[in-house]
Ligand binder design. Sequence first.
Ligand code: ZN
Length: 423
Amino acid sequence: MVARRLPGMPEHDEVHPEEWQFDETVLRAASAFALCEEARYNDGLSSGQRVEKLMEAQGVIMATVGPRFRVTFRDLLNRLSGDQAGSLVGIFPDEALAGPLRNLRFLDSVGVSTQEGCDLLWEAAEIFKIVDKKQRRGERFTHFELESEFGQEQVFKAIKGGLYERHRRNIIEYPVCDKEQLEELGFPPAVAQVFYQDIPSYCLYKRQWWFGCPACAYPMQVIPHDDGRTYAVRCLYPWHQDTGARFSFTATRDQVPVLHAEDRIYIPSKAEMPLYTGASRETPKARPAEGYRALVRRVWRSTCIPGLPELRLADVLTEAAAGTRLTVEIWPDNDRVDIEVKDGDTVVFSIDVKDYTWPGTLAKKLIEDRGDKGGATWLVVPDHRRQQVGYLTSVIHRERIGMTVMAASDFLALFTDRLKEYM
Ligand SMILES: [Zn+2]
């Protein structure tokens, strides 16, 4: 299929994917801040162990910036909360802070990892694993949780088999469930016991209450304001916040907290509507923490978050193709590609859906894999990643990779246009 040239696509030689890729030093810093979050929020640690974690984080940063640049324990403590939380400014040499790094925060004002920061680490970890396998340098990137039991590959491996589609759908649709539900879903033990854990303490109010996001159902973060009485509640995934998963409440003694929606209302355009997976207008009610289990954050981000637009796209394509010769299958053959559309035995569309925060990392993955490993020829990004299309398209052209990149709604329009050929 001929790649369609998109309006606004940069000329090939304008593309510098390197500017959006991060080297090992940045990833080390990211992993150091992940240790800081753990020091503060991992309930299983003693106070001695918390200090050890912070010292380990300081060690990682010092090793990263080198002997020329001294980073004290105080420097690190100053970056655990408040305005400068998780900032590299002042602990990284100035010349190393080009582009998006200057304003990036790895921790938010209360010391919880930001999603941009987590994604920088997790997305890069998946790529380094590919590079590492090729170059057989297994021991190099251990800091970055390369062998994390919560990586995307581990999740998909744990559900491989005859019930793959059912399990994957359930992980996406039930990122949090009570113990009975968890049993009813019938996951393999590795999924139920490893990927579902206690709700993170930073998503609880008084260790007792939590609120599910009106877009993804995952527990939202609960952030105390300085006044000690009011709280902000928001989904950890920024786009869900932007579309309405932002609330507040005032603490009341012994009463169940009641959320109030913030004024801002996001209304998807008519074209976006069929594939919209942002926040609904519903205001969630508080639920008791007791008895609930939630996906580990990294599993939620790598499976549930990209899974919602993926499932929606498959469902909408299936509906659109009704009455034609086309059949739509999600994750055929245990996830060879994300979505496959066929006319009899002939593949018409083979689709890879990607929700990356850092497009440079995705570009690197496409280059390493020479496109999609499963042979997909369409790369579809959710509509809220539309601004990545031009950049990714130019990388693909420059590298002569046989894929076409589109935002989901544009792909749906093209698909609908082509349907008459298959009546
Ligand atoms: Zn959400």
